[in-house]
Design a protein around this ligand. Sequence first.
Ligand code: T4K
Length: 384
Amino acid sequence: MSTIQPSSRSDRQLDRQRMLHVGAPNVGDRKRFNQLVDEIFERRWFTNNGCVVQELESQLKDYLGVKHCIAVCNATVGLQLACHALDLSGQVIVPSFTFAATPHAAQWEGLTPIFADIDPKTHSISPESISEKITAETSAIMGVHVWGIPCDTEAIAQIASDHKLAVIYDAAHAFGSCHQGKMIGNFGNCEVFSFHATKFFNTFEGGAIATNDDELAERLQLMRNFGFAGMDEVIHLGTNAKMPEICAAMGLSLLPMLDEIQSANRYKHSLYQAHLETVDGIRFLTYDHVEKTNWQYVVIEIDAQRRGETRDQVMQRLHENNVRARRYFFPGCHRMEPYRSQPFNQDLVLPHTETACQQVICLPTGSDIDEQDIERVCNIIRQY
Ligand code: T4K
């Protein structure tokens, strides 16, 4: 028998010092999941574009209002497929303030990531900085909707059209978010979602590429399955980027619960905001209340001069009190290998990125966190 016991509500009441995490997974309808898994076993069809993956893709297409949605094994490989399918070459402009997967996907495809700065208010890539980075070698812009906050897609579309560049969005954080009434998934040449366990919508591991471009969708479909067009017919370079059936089952059992999770996230976000937005030296990152967002991230910035203590001191206090807050995306991708050692990155200064990397803390939220947990986290932050 397993020795791991799930914690019940009453255990939690007693254990107010329990560990709180950023990224605790959202869990769907477990009965529905188990039923889907039983069916998968009965069919003996575990992967290779099975009917559960096809059903998930169809439901995702409807949810996003997009023409094509191609399920993949994770967002990193999804970004690689997108770079390859768009036949990119030379340089791709990316933000440095992102998870390592964004530049890694481009680098893995033999491209050179060129790092741009961010808008200090939203933490997404700055169109002005993109314009400054364009050279004759640039083939694409890879924006990231950091924290689920949409990039300035209009300005980016204009720059791309002026310079004939492709646009890929890393939408890893932005499933369920909208921009000007349109779901994320409908912007750029394509958008890549992550369905990793820590994301708003998860399939354990997984991702999807959304696009309204028929030809691009066809190439992506071929490429995720070794380039197979029929049983013995390989017509394109491909790889193995398929999502297994069991992952799609997780997705199907979670999708109907997203509105509920979104409302709960929003409520928890508002509690954090009420506790923290008036604290001197703390900037509380807010979402646009008109647009739909997933409210999955609670982000604060510590201004060390005004606050009298650094972000890392606040982090240390949180960790000492069992709150595993995170300083995403420290130290910035341009300060990580293999990028840091590249000569053109050695003197690179991205002022708003540097500030965000020194100031940001991501706080625990999601279905595992309740009102008292939030109060506990905020009290620790305010203690100084
Ligand atoms: N682009 C962006 C902008 C991204 O943020 C990411 C991924 C990607 C692309 C690539 O997407 P994928 O290829 O993964 O689909 C985590 C995630 O592993 C990573 O997916 C995510 N971004 C990143 C922001 O966060 P770590 O290194 O922080 O993971 P880890 O293991 O420390 O987990 C984070 C927290 O989540 C922990 O405090 C514990 C909690 N957790 C984690 C897992 C896996 C759980 O409670 N349960 C779990 O099952 O990268």
